[in-house]
Design a protein around this ligand. Structure first.
Ligand code: MRU
Length: 368
């Protein structure tokens, strides 16, 4: 087995629901919950029960398929309207991870094509189920390939890989993006330690990353976010490796807030800064990071924590969920199709098909 051996998201055995590991319960409890319709999926995405860009994409795709399967008895026009309405609701659950749009577009494309062929509602629902299952399985395969492409870049001198938030198995349907190279290296017998930032305010690093690394038997050290500079200055960090929620055409990277600060620190300390992401995370339509919508979180998450108020109740709070790291600070991008190095724009254009090169199934020339 490679990775922590836990299902982030799967179909229920009766095929009538999705089961997700409720990540809000970690690390106290590892429990799967059942989601039976799109409304339940939207609630789970909003509440971060299922989170991480690739996992959000998989969840909304499965949610759309699930919802349509419940309404095959509707008149044709109402059923097709439901495809559009549910698409929009699921897309609006969280705005930054582009994987949601990528996955929902795939399902809507299938629905449109099958409907144009005159198939009945039941057949359309069945095809959507199949497409969502493909997205789930492809995500697993993409994670593994990211791991294989990234493992050779990991430090081999005992220094740690510093990571932020959770871009591991629990952010995907497979073994993760940023953590995938570590799982592949570990399976090959290499011991690469990890330093995990706790990632205030929702603590995805301490609650989730450290939990899954421990399950996989990887040596992990937890730090507060403000300790990253000290860890680098102490010579403990050989590379920074993070995931992404959306990568713009010019290579700017939106990821969990705090990522940008780590990239600046890494540049100052001459430490490579790697971003790991699958094809579904690249957005050719966003020219730069300025075009990426950044989710605003409720200030209450910063005013309180650990079960109690940690600030005066009326203090103003600035709480973006993500920040944008300029492409100039990124050493390389580890993708499922190979390693992109600067300048990123031409590689991303080939990768996404924005230069007219078809991306599906192709393996554009990457500067590995
Ligand atoms: O708010 P979250 O927990 O969904 O944020 C997740 C991240 O920022 C991850 O680093 C990103 O989605 C990449 S996951 C493979």
């Amino acid at each position: 087995m490679i990775g922590p051996g836990v299902d982030t998201i799967r179909w229920a055995a009766d095929g009538r629901a999705i089961e997700i590991l409720d990540q809000t319960l970690l690390p106290r409890e590892a429990r799967h919950i059942r989601l039976e319709d799109a409304a339940a999926v939207i609630e789970a995405v909003r509440a971060l029960r299922v989170r991480g860009a690739p996992a959000i994409g998989v969840a909304v795709a499965m949610g759309l398929a699930l919802e349509l399967a419940r309404h095959t008895g509707e008149p044709r026009a109402a059923f097709l309207r439901r495809v559009e309405e549910t698409y929009a609701l699921l897309l609006g659950a969280r705005p930054t991870a582009v994987n949601a749009r990528w996955a929902l577009d795939r399902l809507r494309g299938v629905a449109t094509a099958v409907a144009a062929d005159g198939a009945d509602n039941g057949v359309i629902a069945c095809k959507l189920y199949g497409e969502a299952t493909s997205i789930l399985e492809e995500d697993r395969a993409m994670c593994l390939r990211i791991g294989e492409h990234g493992a050779p870049l990991l430090p081999d001198d005992g220094l740690a890989v510093l990571t932020h938030c959770n871009a591991g198995a629990l952010a995907t349907a497979g073994i993760g993006t940023a953590l995938a190279p570590l799982y592949v290296a570990h399976a090959a017998g290499r011991a690469v330690p990890v330093i995990a930032c706790e990632t205030r305010p929702l603590l995805q690093g301490s609650r989730i990353t450290v939990w899954e690394l421990a399950r996989a038997g990887i040596d992990a050290t937890l730090i507060t976010d403000s300790t990253a500079a000290a860890a680098m200055a102490a010579g403990r960090v050989g590379a920074v490796l993070v995931g992404a929620d959306r990568i713009a055409a010019n290579g700017d990277v939106a990821n969990k807030v705090g990522t940008y600060a780590l990239a600046v620190l890494a540049r100052y300390h001459d430490i490579p800064f790697y971003v790991a992401a699958p094809a579904s995370t690249f957005d050719a339509a966003a020219a730069s990071g300025a075009a990426i919508p950044i989710e605003a979180r409720d200030g209450g998450e910063v005013r309180g924590g650990f079960g109690r108020a940690t600030a005066p109740p009326d203090v103003a709070v600035f709480a973006p969920a993500f920040d944008v790291t300029p492409a100039a600070l990124v050493t390389a991008m580890i993708t499922d199709r190979g390693v992109l190095r600067p300048p990123f724009a031409p590689g991303i254009a080939a990768f996404t098909g924005a230069d007219g090169v078809a991306s599906a199934g192709g393996d554009p020339a990457l500067n590995t």
